[in-house]
Design a protein around this ligand. Structure first.
Ligand SMILES: Cc1cc2nc3c(=O)[nH]c(=O)nc-3n(C[C@H](O)[C@H](O)[C@H](O)COP(=O)(O)O)c2cc1C
Length: 325
């Protein structure tokens, strides 16, 4: 495939992005995905009130390193004036993405996330306020809250001045068992002129290629949890057509790197780190046992030692022996 680029404001990048994900996309995890080939990453969704009140956990999740750039911050909220107050906190990021897709009851209950799709004019006001501060602004939407309103919402978001739009091609109440309906991504892209980033169910180079036929870029979420190397495999496929199989050893190197970054950047939430570490042992023989071992670790050092032992074992092709120990 000919090289493709995504242009968002002044940011010009390759078109394979890591999605924002609560409990996943903190600095250490984003950084390994960038190293594996994701061209843009975002913080997880952060609540605007927590940003302006300088909530300690939110501040930690806002942390990024210069080496990650370009970096997006994803925010949500319900009060337009809170977005205005938050501007000083947003200026260091390369772009600001407004979450209009989160279906969680807590977020919808506070009239944020996907609830905003009921009031696209409010999304427009938020975009205008952030744009007037000179920020690069994007929005991430679903097809609609209860009904499909994606075409109207997309047009309104464009006319408010957004620099790009991400579409997760499901309604707010749809679970992941309902297939993402990409036909709407295609319809939206032919009715607006800002770049459209397609999202939903991309797990391979072939699917990324298919998405790039109807959208300007691909955003990957679940398939990248515990498998950062997916960005390498997809980029290689797009460039050469080569299908590279999942490689446990390469992935374990990323796991080690992730644990090192957790230490280096003082990310200490052990239950979160264990959740992510366990995901590295998906889809391999004996993964349930391996996950048990991860869950028994009591410190970051113990996790790092386990990752080291797995790496050595995988190099000697004795991971199954290790799992059986
Ligand atoms: C664990 C998890 C956390 C998520 N958190 C966010 C979030 O913070 N912001 C957001 O816009 N979407 C969030 N999502 C939705 C994903 O970004 C994405 O839209 C959805 O999973 C569909 O993409 P996929 O099929 O590649 O997983 C989350 C999804 C998962 C699985």
């Amino acid at each position: 495939m000919k090289p493709r680029y995504l242009q968002i404001g002044k940011i010009k990048i390759e078109p394979i992005l890591l999605a924002p994900m609560v409990e996943v996309t903190d600095l250490p995890y984003r950084f390994i995905c960038r190293e594996a080939g994701a061209s843009l990453t975002y913080t997880e969704m952060l609540y605007i009130d927590a940003i302006i009140h300088e909530n300690a956990k939110t501040k930690k999740l806002m942390q990024f390193t210069e080496r990650e750039r370009p970096i997006g911050i994803q925010i949500t909220g319900s009060k337009v004036e809170h977005f205005k107050k938050a501007i000083p906190y947003l200026k260091d990021y390369d772009l600001v993405d407004i979450n209009c897709g989160c279906p969680s009851t807590r977020i919808v209950g506070s009239e944020a996330g996907s609830y905003l799709l009921n009031n696209p004019e409010k999304i427009g006001e938020i975009i205008k306020i952030l744009k007037s501060a000179g920020l690069i602004v994007t929005a991430k939407i679903r097809l609609g809250f209860k009904n499909n309103t994606v075409l109207e919402t997309a047009k309104l978001i464009e006319s408010a001045g957004a620099d790009a739009l991400t579409i997760h091609a499901r309604l707010a109440h749809h679970g992941n068992d309902v297939p993402a309906d990409w036909s709407w991504i295609k319809k939206v892209r032919s009715s607006i002129s800002i770049p459209v980033i397609g999202n939903g169910d991309i797990t391979s180079g072939k699917q990324a290629e298919a998405m790039l036929k109807i959208a300007d870029a691909c955003m990957i979420a679940r398939a990248a949890i515990g498998d950062p190397d997916i960005f390498y495999r997809i980029n290689r496929y797009l460039k050469t057509g080569e299908i590279i199989p999942f490689d446990l050893k390469r992935n374990l190197h990323y796991l080690k790197q992730y644990l090192d970054y957790c230490r280096d950047f003082s990310f200490t939430d052990l239950s979160r780190i264990k959740y992510i570490t366990a995901k590295f042992f998906r889809n391999i023989e004996g993964s349930a046992k391996m996950r048990q071992q991860v869950m028994q670790c009591k410190t970051l050092n113990e996790l790092a030692e386990l990752a080291d032992a797995c790496l050595v074992a995988s190099e000697q092709k004795t991971l199954s022996e290790l799992i059986g120990r």
